[in-house]
Ligand binder design. Sequence first.
Ligand SMILES: Nc1nc2c(ncn2[C@@H]2O[C@H](COP(=O)(O)OP(=O)(O)OP(=O)(O)O)[C@@H](O)[C@H]2O)c(=O)[nH]1
Ligand SMILES: [Mg+2]
Length: 343
Amino acid sequence: MGCLCSKQKPVRTSDAEENAKAAEIEKRIAQEATAEKHIQKVLLLGAGESGKSTIFKQIRLLFQTGFDEAELRSYIPVIHANVFQTIKILYDGAKEFAQNETDSLKYVVSLENKETLSRGNLIQVPDCAQYFMKSLRRVSDANYVPTKEDVLYARIRTTGVAEIQFRRASFLFQPRGREQEERGVYKLFDAGGQRNERRKWIHLFEGYDQALFEDETKNRMMETKALFDWVLKQPCFEKTSFMLFLNKFDIFEEKALKVPLSVCEWFKDYQPVSSGKQEVEHAYEFVKKKFEELYFQSSGPERVDRVFKIYRTTALDQKLIKKTIKLVDETLRRRNLLEAGLL
Ligand SMILES: Nc1nc2c(ncn2[C@@H]2O[C@H](COP(=O)(O)OP(=O)(O)OP(=O)(O)O)[C@@H](O)[C@H]2O)c(=O)[nH]1
Ligand SMILES: [Mg+2]
């Protein structure tokens, strides 16, 4: 929110002056419209903790100047809070597990005993828990300065909307002198995905659907499904391209072999076919297909020409994110050329 203040001019403005002003305003509007044409707005949407800010951080690292020391240091309290929260969850979880165990020391939380941590999925330990628990000595050092990797793992819920801008040319690595040809600019928005945060951006769109936020019993996948379905149906996204990142593939890879996909209501018709890597691939393809089906079900016939692509990502993997962003860029570029009738 802003406030515009202007001083009243005591002199009478002539018609010629008025006309000149109007022409100047017209010119500025036209210039801004041309500049905006080169700006491609990309909005990161998804449920809370799905990895939006991690992708946002990776993009800052890859295509901007990254984090300076002051910013790295600003993550110290966040990382310490992540560690305290993890220890508290592990401690409470250990007490719960010990109730059904004859060996009362089995779940005692210590640097050496990982028994409770290994059952983390049952007690909702955060995804960064393993990483920071392995680095306890380092992160508690008095002279500790977080590394880039620590910052990527650090978990802080986004409140409001963050925004960065970067030029297409910054990641095209083309021969010198050709940068000017790539005048396109990306504006990337990272919005909070927790239910209460969504209220801040969701009301900007038409068709506000309160019902989505009422059902507390949904598990994360069901919540993602409901959110994706809702977004797809919004009139303001009628012509918007959708790049779906099936993120946290590293966690999926491990989980798919331990917990049957069918525990999730949406995937209850899933049948495992084998074991190991093959099974992971099969499970991933099944999930991908479910999202594709949802996309086509929720996109009316007037929306079929918008672009929809699915990418398998692990936001912590910088190389993979770099490759994925390049693919996304190629897709969006093609789409723009098509729209302009140049392809
Ligand atoms: N193992 C693993 N962890 C990830 C991945 N992506 C993100 N994380 C971790 O998951 C946690 C949550 O990620 P965020 O990027 O904060 O999630 P978000 O979607 O921005 O969440 P909100 O801001 O609450 O909407 C962080 O600790 C990340 O390090 C991934 O691909 N693999
Ligand atoms: Mg976030």
